[in-house]
Design a protein around this ligand. Sequence first.
Ligand SMILES: C[S@@+](CC[C@H](N)C(=O)[O-])C[C@H]1O[C@@H](n2cnc3c(N)ncnc32)[C@H](O)[C@@H]1O
Length: 280
Amino acid sequence: MLSYRHGFHAGNHADVLKHLIQILLLDYLQKKDKPLLYIDTHAGAGCYPLASGFAAKNREYQSGISRLQHTGNRRNLPAALRRYLSVVDASCDAETEASYPGSPLIALQLLRPQDRAELFELHPADCDALQKRAYRHAKIHLADGFAGLKALLPPTPRRALVLIDPPYENKADYQTLERSLREALKRFANGVYALWYPLLPSGESRGLEERLIAIAPDNYLSATLQVSAPKGERGMYGSGMFVVNPPWTLRGELEECLPLLAQWLGDNGEGHFTLRGEQR
Ligand SMILES: C[S@@+](CC[C@H](N)C(=O)[O-])C[C@H]1O[C@@H](n2cnc3c(N)ncnc32)[C@H](O)[C@@H]1O
């Protein structure tokens, strides 16, 4: 049974890290005119109203995107953060109330006429919501994104960004993530893969970064953003994005943004980031 609903977490610190990197990757890959395929294995509903519905319950966005939106003069921000904020502002502009975009809507806003998207979402209600919002270039599947990814690789065209963003409600997601990345790299070694994961004090997420590095040791960039110190046995205290075949520009952009995100999104001065990688 699927009980995870991304709406409860829309616009939180994890979304900020994930979507900032997603946008930087898309921007880089679109520097060439050649067609690009965007694959989102766990797409969610696409857009989340903030003042009503799930997001209004815990208001996680208030310690995420809202803090960035209220940092004062945007002109003083690094270009990458300005870009992120402008894409977020524009992505849900058809909505009648203040909303935060999910990864598929962000991608669809940026895709060009020559690009395509394959979006997978297993929750019928979220898939339905996505169907209503998604438009040109998008094929939406009410299906398992891990299996869907395997079936699409190697893709046509041969340039692709794959976002893998499971809910990790089920511990098996960790192993499936690792197996999927291994298989995907065998089928399509040149793809750009971006994997999100939570930082939790116990369980399978511990050591995941090392296990992912072991799968792609020669060409990766790994960023984590911690917003508080780990407390007790449970509770997400941050998250990580692991990128395989990252553009060479990404490290410099994140070196500028991550210290600011740690400062603004960290609670009580507990914000912290890490950035490590190997690039050919
Ligand atoms: C973390 S959310 C996705 C958020 C989205 N990527 C974003 O950034 O806006 C994970 C989503 O995956 C869906 N899901 C869970 N298991 C799935 C599977 N095996 N295949 C596809 N979607 C799945 C959940 O219903 C949920 O909407």
